[in-house]
Design a protein around this ligand. Structure first.
Ligand SMILES: *[C@@H]1O[C@H](CO)[C@@H](O)[C@H](O)[C@H]1NC(C)=O
Ligand SMILES: *[C@@H]1O[C@H](CO)[C@@H](O)[C@H](O)[C@H]1NC(C)=O
Ligand SMILES: *[C@@H]1O[C@H](CO)[C@@H](O)[C@H](O)[C@H]1NC(C)=O
Ligand SMILES: *[C@@H]1O[C@H](CO)[C@@H](O)[C@H](O)[C@H]1NC(C)=O
Ligand SMILES: *[C@@H]1O[C@H](CO)[C@@H](O)[C@H](O)[C@H]1NC(C)=O
Length: 442
């Protein structure tokens, strides 16, 4: 009986093993098949890449087109819904401005706001956490008490103020937050422009909106260069930490002793932190249905001077947007020779060069520098404490009243001589020669 039992056990055990042996065979064959397929793919990949990356990507695109394989993936649908607006060419554009400043800047921010104000546009002001709460409240009250802002309702002051570290990622975070608010609060703007308290316009909004009425709404003005040579070592290899991300008091970025290798998943670009970017590109950055903007943002967290590289690297590595970028920041900026870290402060002696440049903005200006009054008088026609007037200002000014207190049609513009200079600059930037250089590998 014990023998039988043993035999039974033995037999049972044996048949169970035989059974599991057979079950093991099927996955084995399946994995063999997968391995063979993978090896085959690897070899054909090697084969393809030996023709060079360009050939491969062209092949892939033509394959995707011919098979319409994009239809099976969710991202292509998202791209179509966002990137390609039916462009209302008849409707003049609208611009969303961010004006940012720090402690003691609220007066200058108000002046810049008045100089770039137009009822068509959207405005958001950010005073960073270094400014005392009283200054922020004063700024907010002065905006609230302006009858034009109250009626048109297109100026906002960010209630949440962020700690912003110069050269650190907190500066990007703050700009992206402002963009997110603008996207959420206003459905109709075409371009985003960020200005700081030390920037000032050289053209009226009538000039700017008139010239940009004719432009494709898909053009991004982001001044950029590929990072090369010594700059790669100085910029891309160090690892920094921005204390503004986790401390409540402002301090400079801190440098770690570690260095990292250069990225191979994307190419690095650098350029001006001042941009004029399209709504569709910024939606792409903020919504993040494609992972590139998020990955690059995380990468740039530990990068020196990330505000001068984040959008540049995203746009030049994006299949969808790299053809839309024009390498200019639309600012007149004067540098020392050789250039130092900060640009020169502009004064009277720079006036003629500023005007000649055709740029719509300039930086940087010292607080209440006399050249600002000259710009107000000669380029903007603005008097102290008032808006730079445009065709929308239809009030009676004969008794010294502000003509902008009565608003007319905001789609009508009265461009002046500055519009021609701006038109000249834009024409130059759109020329084939200039376009060919964008995001180029050099
Ligand atoms: C806009 O384009 C039209 C037609 O191409 C042209 O006649 C007009 O002068 C342009 N306006 C400006 C400001 O460039
Ligand atoms: C402008 O926006 C870019 C992109 O977000 C940002 O990196 C940069 O710091 C901003 N510049 C200013 C002056 O706010
Ligand atoms: C503007 O006001 C002045 C006096 O206040 C008046 O004489 C003039 O007719 C007004 N002009 C217009 C266009 O209303
Ligand atoms: C405003 O001006 C535009 C362009 O001239 C015109 O098409 C539109 O009808 C005007 N709107 C009003 C309310 O008069
Ligand atoms: C710009 O690129 C186009 C197409 O790649 C080429 O045909 C043209 O000659 C280039 N123009 C210049 C000025 O390099």
């Amino acid at each position: 009986m014990s023998l039988r039992k043993n035999g039974y056990h033995h037999h049972h055990h044996h048949s169970a093993r035989a059974f599991s042996d057979r079950r093991w065979l099927l996955p084995f064959l399946a994995s063999l098949l997968v391995s063979v397929t993978l090896i085959f793919i690897t070899f054909s990949g090697v084969f393809y890449s030996s023709y060079g990356g360009e050939q491969l990507s062209i092949d892939f695109i033509s394959f995707a087109r011919s098979e319409d394989s994009n239809e099976y993936f969710v991202e292509s649908g998202l791209k179509e819904s966002s990137g390609k607006y039916p462009v209302e060419q008849m409707e003049p554009p609208r611009i969303a401005y961010l004006i940012s400043g720090t402690k003691g800047d609220s007066q200058r921010m108000r002046r810049t706001l008045q100089a770039v104000y137009h009822p068509r546009n959207q405005y958001i002001l950010h005073l960073d956490l270094e400014a005392p709460p009283r200054e922020r409240i004063e700024l907010a009250t002065s905006i609230k008490s302006d009858p034009t802002f109250l009626e048109v309702d297109n100026v906002r002051v960010m209630a949440q103020s962020n700690l912003v570290t110069y050269r650190g990622p907190t500066m990007i975070a703050c700009t992206l937050q402002a963009v997110a608010i603008l996207l959420k609060e206003s459905a109709d703007w075409d371009w985003f422009i960020n200005l700081s308290a030390s920037d000032y316009p050289l053209v009226t909004q009538d000039d700017l909106l008139h010239v940009f009425s004719n432009l494709s709404r898909s053009l991004n003005f982001i001044e950029h260069n590929k990072i090369l040579g010594w700059k790669l070592n100085q910029r891309a290899k160090p690892i920094i930490v921005d204390p503004g991300l986790y401390l409540s008091k402002k301090s400079d970025i801190s440098w770690t002793t570690q260095r990292r290798s250069l990225p191979t998943a994307f190419k690095l670009f650098t350029g001006s932190a001042w941009v004029m970017a399209t709504r569709s590109f910024l939606e792409y950055c903020i919504w993040g249905w494609d992972n590139l903007p998020r990955t690059v943002l995380m990468y740039y967290t530990n990068f020196v001077s990330s505000p001068e590289g984040y959008l540049h690297t995203v746009i030049c590595n994006s299949e969808e947007f790299h053809n839309t970028v024009i390498s200019h920041d639309l600012h007149y900026i004067a540098w020392d020779n050789p250039p130092r870290q900060h640009p020169l402060s502009l004064t009277m002696k720079d006036f003629n060069n500023m005007v000649k440049s055709g740029a719509p903005f300039a930086r940087k200006f010292a607080r209440n520098d006399p050249v600002l009054d000259k710009i107000d008088k000669e380029l903007l026609g603005r008097s102290e404490g008032r808006f730079a007037p445009g065709a929308w200002c239809i009030g009676n000014s004969s008794d010294g009243a502000d003509p902008c207190s009565l608003r007319g049609n905001v789609s009508v513009f009265r461009p002046g001589p500055s519009a021609e200079r701006l038109q000249g600059l834009v024409q130059k930037l759109l020329s084939e020669d200039a376009r060919n250089k964008s995001c180029a590998s050099q």
